[in-house]
Design a protein around this ligand. Structure first.
Ligand code: HDE
Length: 757
């Protein structure tokens, strides 16, 4: 399959070259040694610069403008094999999009472990800190179609393929550590409920509609997940600023065969940040590719995103020592109970060369594991083990998708699997079965000492039964823990998100059922949502709380537990306690017009660049702008092409003429006003303050930084203000519970933990 080079002796004439792109110039970026996956992908790369146009059969094409006709005004001829080849290929360019996670963005990178992990696992890629294991990561939204907006309120997929020397290991996770359901048999239901409704295919990429909340209102096990997806976790500022989680409990197994339970985490070094909901909706119109672009640009700029891999390890003997079941995917292990050990770092440093070939064709599978890692009996995990391989058969058109360059392992593949659509491998020889003598028994089974995979020999002594373990029945304690662990600002966002989502639900009884469920999590929360909906919390429900009761079943076996466990709070669950560096790689818009004050632009720019931020000028017109002392700057955007929602902070450059030209455009006051409403840092120097006044902004707000003289001091203040990410004091307090502490220190009150009635 490797690309033929244009060096055929009988075609010595080369096409004119107009600057061939150095194919692979970005290859090996960041690597000291050769990256084995990059080398592997290179075998399939094609580069047209300097080459002649050919058919798929390699025939050089002389006329790519006209089809073959009977006379220049006559009908096209069936004989035209070039026309037919081109159109036929075009007709079949599309493959089915993913059933879920259709909208995604990918990047290449590498992973390095900090210390040998041999105490816990024999996995080869977790032993040697000097080894860089290549990775390909795909981030995604879940609900929407391939062309939908990045900024939907949604869970984000966080799927990592490690190309290890022992074969591929896929950690197919999300940015939220729990899931809606406990058993795989409910997955088609929850997905059907959240996807656009089948009769009119509306709404796109949104959970705010009747079928989703109908299902959720009948599925109390979803309440913990609902708290997370209604929080700001579901509207991240960037893929680079969100956590990742393996969700299920897995196993690590060491050389001696000792197993331990493990939960996987990804911790972003840039901290956790979100946008606000109004901003998210506006970005969806202004730049639906916002997250995709952000990831792409960061990597192109050399701002390589990084995450530390964390593990929570639980000894087997402690399996049953928690208030929840380790096999229940609607539960986390609070970090305060089992700390997260950071064991290595992943760096993304290369954008894909071709979206379809890599990001679209990549096929993740939870079942891709390596010796030293194994599964547990989590019933969601067990169902996923079937689904991923199965779905790829249709999506990628047959059983050979592991041969697609982005999917193939860097470890050699030898087995007796044969044939099928699009087979690339040319298996040589007579033998395609095992055992055999004709090939000396090859390929051999590998002993455990030769990295042969063996499943963990878990003891199982059970009845075959369709039942859910009673240890899975507590659906509200962790939902309450999550809610109680949020700052007032974050709780306020959850209230507003629920008011929005349920406000879009047209069927009143569904809203009421949701209020009854929310009341099991926290009465104040339910009351505030009810107020927004103009409803009261129902005291009695017509239907049982949990609808998973089979006609002939014992309802008690399916009901959520009546008493909640007080799990207290877990401060690490608040994004505001994970701010990290809120300046590095952040985008600041400089509002500027002709006649600007040169120093107020240059010195502020310097202060921001030094702190690691990015600066972009937004002006009344494109082209160049002249400063009052002769400085010339390029306008990166005009007020028409840019919008404040695409930036993290706004600075109004000084200079009377500049401000006057900005004030002639309505968009300039809208720009700062919207940034203010979204709680962003705003700065203005000298005459720039006039623009803030014209927009009606207060200048004594903590996140509004103004100054007349020394721009260096103003710059330092501006950077400090940006470090807070947002200035939440500006938000309406109508739905808030009280003060707005950044750090959490709550105790749970009796009233907020009322049991199910
Ligand atoms: Fe998935 N999921 N899922 N999922 N999932 C898919 O596989 C499925 C679940 C996740 O970027 C599909 O290739 C079932 C949890 C990610 O290509 C499909 C169940 C978590 C991606 C599928 C779950 C995930 C997928 C669709 C319940 C977080 C995108 C296309 C039993 C731990 C991977 C495909 C990418 C994709 C099935 C639940 C993560 C249909 C049956 C929980 C990140 O096979």
């Amino acid at each position: 399959m490797s690309t033929r080079k244009n060096d055929k002796a009988n075609k010595s004439k080369k096409a004119p070259t107009n600057g061939s792109r150095a194919n692979g110039s970005r290859r090996n970026a960041g690597y000291g040694a050769v990256d084995p996956k990059i080398e592997d992908l290179a075998k399939n790369m094609e580069e047209s610069a300097g080459e002649f146009l050919t058919s798929d059969q390699g025939i050089r094409i002389n006329d790519n403008q006209n089809s073959l006709k009977a006379g220049n005004r006559g009908p096209s001829l069936l004989e035209d094999f070039l026309l037919r080849e081109k159109i036929t290929h075009f007709d079949h360019e599309r493959i089915p999009e993913r059933v879920v996670h259709a909208r995604g963005s990918g990047a290449h990178g590498y992973f390095q472990v900090y210390e040998p992990m041999s105490q816990y696992t024999k996995a080869g890629f977790l032993q040697d800190p000097s080894v860089r294991t290549p990775v390909f990561v795909r981030f995604s939204t879940v609900q929407g179609s391939r062309g939908s907006t990045d900024l939907a309120r949604d869970v984000r997929g966080f799927a990592v393929k490690f190309y290890t020397q022992e074969g591929n290991f896929d950690l197919v996770g999300n940015n939220i550590p729990v899931f809606f359901i406990q058993d795989a048999i409910k997955f088609p239901d929850v997905v059907h409920a959240v996807k656009p409704e089948p009769h009119n295919e509306m709404p796109q990429a949104a959970s705010a509609h009747d079928t989703f909340w109908d299902f959720i209102s009948l599925t109390p096990e979803s309440m913990h997940m609902i708290m997370w997806v209604m929080s700001d976790r579901a509207i991240p500022r960037s893929y680079r600023m969100m956590e990742g989680f393996g969700v299920h409990t897995f196993r690590l197994i060491n050389e001696a065969g000792k197993a331990r339970f493990v939960k996987f985490h990804w911790k972003p070094l840039l901290g956790l940040h979100a946008v606000v909901w109004d901003e998210a909706q506006k970005i969806s119109g202004k730049d639906p590719d916002f997250h995709r672009r952000d990831l792409w640009e960061a990597i192109e700029n050399g701002d390589y995103p990084e995450w530390e891999l964390g593990v929570q390890i639980v000894e087997e003997k402690d399996e049953l020592s928690f208030d929840f079941d380790l096999l229940d995917p609607t539960k986390i292990i609070p970090e305060e109970i089992v700390p997260v050990q950071r064991i290595g770092k992943m760096t993304l440093n290369r954008n894909p060369d071709n979206f379809f070939a890599e990001t679209e064709q990549v096929a993740f599978h939870l079942g891709n594991i390596v010796p030293g890692i194994d599964f547990t009996n989590d019933p969601l995990l067990q169902g996923r083990l079937f689904s991923y391989l199965d779905t790829q058969l249709t999506r990628l058109g047959g059983p050979n998708f592991h041969e697609i360059p982005i999917n193939r392992s860097i470890a050699p593949v030898h087995n007796n699997n044969r044939d099928g659509f699009m087979r690339q491998t040319i298996n040589r020889g007579q033998v395609s079965y095992d055992p055999n003598t004709l090939r000396g028994g090859c390929p051999f089974q590998a002993g455990m000492d030769m990295s042969g995979f063996t499943s963990y020999a878990e003891r199982i002594d059970a009845q075959k039964i369709r039942e859910r373990s009673a240890s899975f029945f507590d659906h509200f304690s962790q939902a309450a823990m999550f809610f109680n662990s949020q700052s007032d600002v974050e709780q306020n966002h959850i209230v507003k998100a629920l008011r929005f989502e349920l406000g879009k639900v047209e069927t009143i009884p569904i809203r009421e059922r949701m209020l009854a469920l929310l009341a099991q999590v926290d009465k104040t929360l339910a009351k505030k949502v009810a107020d927004g909906l103009g409803l009261t919390i129902p005291t009695k429900l017509d239907l049982p709380l949990n609808m998973h009761v089979p006609a002939d079943g014992d309802p008690k076996k399916f009901q959520p537990k009546r008493t909640k466990v007080d799990m207290g709070v877990s401060p690490v669950l608040s994004m505001l306690n994970n701010l990290g560096d809120a300046v590095k790689t952040r985008k600041v818009a400089f509002l500027v017009g002709d006649g600007f004050d040169d120093m107020s632009l240059l010195e502020m720019k310097q202060a921001l660049l030094t702190a690691g931020a990015k600066v972009m000028t937004v002006a009344p017109h494109l082209g160049v702008l002249m400063g009052q002392d002769g400085e010339v700057v390029k306008a990166d955007h005009s007020l028409l092409t840019a919008s404040s929602v695409l930036f993290d902070a706004v600075y109004v450059v000084g200079g009377q003429a500049s401000i006057e030209s900005l004030l002639r455009e309505n968009e300039s006051t809208n720009f700062v006003l919207e940034a203010y409403r979204h709680c962003k840092t705003i700065g203005a120097a000298g005459a720039g303050v006039e623009l803030l006044r014209a927009a009606g902004l207060p200048t004594e707000d903590p996140g509004v930084v103004v100054g007349d003289g020394d721009i260096k001091t103003l710059g330092a203040e501006f950077v400090e203000a940006m470090r807070l990410h947002r200035h939440w004091g500006r938000e309406s307090t109508e739905t808030q519970t009280g003060e707005q502490p950044l750090m959490i220190n709550r105790t749970v009150t009796q009233e907020s933990t009322e049991s199910v009635q």
